[in-house]
Ligand binder design. Structure first.
Ligand code: URA
Length: 449
């Protein structure tokens, strides 16, 4: 009897998912209940990878309508623990970047926004492929623990105003499973799938206000502005439907953000920024996003008022101090703030020089991210281990005149063979021209509710 009912149950599930795949292949929308069941049954292991992969591929070609997208996001969000932060005073606000190369904005922005009075419950991801991840960067600080329990996370958020942790198995497990599947089935670059993946995590995290940093360019998931705008609008609409305040900035990813690309070296650059220095583009993007978080969260009525709050938090050292306390609270060595040599870099030095004089008019940013990953700063598969001490420094900017033999990239590496491969990629990633090409604008626009 047991086997018969078990068999009957399986047939029922197989039929349903086959019907869903078939309907989506022909562009017919699914009912919200069917999408919810697909997510639940996939998360619990009742539906195999190959059927969900087929459905995801159909979604890549056919898209999802608003109701399907809302159902998918909601089901993913509810697939695990959903944080209730209502007992913690203050406005809970976060920022999310769609991913890029050298993007260490979160390391500066989280303590900065908290020092301005927001509560920042930040749940970040790891790097994969050519993009870096905030968690890997934080873990290059000796002892830093990104695996806090829900209770520890809430306690730290109430006490310090900021906590920076990673996704656990209990937090949006549907996304964890689906993202891994998308990564190996060429189904990452779909606007509804990216939007549901990002927003399910941000909604489960419990933030009331969210600023999205949607990267545009050859180092981003969205190479052109039109698709990036579509993605931003899609995510804003999901957030509004769920009663959250959401805005997006479109920012350039046609070259790395700042100079450092790696892990420990990116933390050093973030600390410089919190001390009032650091590269100009990193500061500008971080400040623009923090300003928008403050106005969206209602802590400042205008951008000018927000900028004044930010200036005070930086000039007084409050933001830097909060980063020190965050490191300490999460088990890390807070002495890295005053002595960044404690963030150990790899022993060998490399350099890529300009082969001739010319204007730097293009750089294949994705290739730069891949070169850093080849050195060991990133992963090719989710199981790879990161080498926190290796990395690159991008020493030029688009639109600059370079002399023959001028340094374009510096590197710290451990393995000569990896450096030889990375060096070849970096040299091929650059275009020098006789004529100057104007550099891209850093902040392309804001998309509001
Ligand atoms: N980041 C995410 O969290 N999900 C995606 O699908 C793409 C980028």
């Amino acid at each position: 009897l047991f086997r018969i009912s078990d068999f009957g149950f399986r047939i029922f599930i197989v039929m349903r998912i086959v019907d869903l795949i078939h309907a989506k292949r022909h562009g017919r929308p699914a009912a919200a209940g069917d999408i919810r069941r697909l997510v639940e049954d996939y998360t619990s292991g009742k539906i195999p990878d190959y059927q969900v992969a087929a459905w995801l591929m159909a979604v890549c070609f056919r898209g999802l309508d608003d109701a399907e997208l809302a159902a998918l996001t909601d089901a993913m969000m509810r697939s695990g623990e959903v944080f209730d932060l209502s007992k913690i005073d203050g406005v809970k606000a976060d920022k999310h970047s769609t991913g890029g190369v050298g993007d260490k904005v979160s390391l500066v922005l989280a303590p900065l926004a908290a020092a301005c009075g927001l509560r920042v419950p930040m749940i970040s991801g790891r790097g994969l492929g050519h993009t870096g991840g905030t968690l890997d960067k934080l873990e290059s600080i000796p002892g830093f623990n990104v695996n806090l329990s829900g209770a520890q996370f809430r306690r730290q958020l109430a006490r310090l105003g900021v906590a920076m942790i990673g996704q656990t198995d209990r937090f949006v497990p549907a996304d964890k499973k689906m993202y891994a599947l998308r990564d190996v089935t060429a189904t990452v670059e779909s606007i509804p799938l990216i939007a549901a993946s990002i927003m399910s995590k941000k909604l489960a995290e419990g933030c009331e206000a969210l600023v999205l940093d949607v990267k545009v360019g050859n180092g981003a998931f969205m190479a052109d502005r039109r698709r990036a705008t579509d993605l931003a609008r899609t995510m804003i609409a999901i957030g509004r439907r769920m009663g959250r305040r959401v805005a997006a900035l479109l920012t350039d990813m046609n070259q790395p953000t700042g100079r450092a690309i790696g892990n420990a070296n990116e933390v050093i650059e973030a600390i410089e920024c919190l001390k009032g220095g650091g590269p100009d583009d990193l500061r500008r993007v971080t400040l623009a996003l923090t300003e928008r978080m403050l106005t969206l969260g209602g802590l400042a009525g205008t951008r000018v008022a927000a900028a004044a709050l930010i200036r005070r938090a930086l000039d007084s050292g409050a933001a830097l101090e909060l980063f020190r306390k965050t490191i300490e609270a999460q088990g890390g060595d807070p002495r890295v703030i005053d002595d960044t040599r404690r963030l150990r870099l790899a022993p060998k030095d490399g350099v890529v020089l300009a082969p001739r004089a010319g204007w730097l008019s293009n750089i294949q940013t994705r290739q730069v991210g891949i070169a850093a990953a080849i050195l060991g700063a990133g992963r090719q598969t989710t199981d790879d281990r990161i080498d926190c001490g290796v990395g690159l420094w991008y020493e030029s900017r688009l639109g600059e005149k370079l002399e023959k033999g001028q340094s374009i990239f510096r590197a710290r590496y451990r393995k000569a063979a990896a450096w030889a491969e990375a060096e070849r990629l970096l040299a091929a990633a650059l275009t020098l021209t006789e004529e100057r090409t104007p550099p891209p604008r850093l902040i392309l626009g804001t998309i509001d509710e």
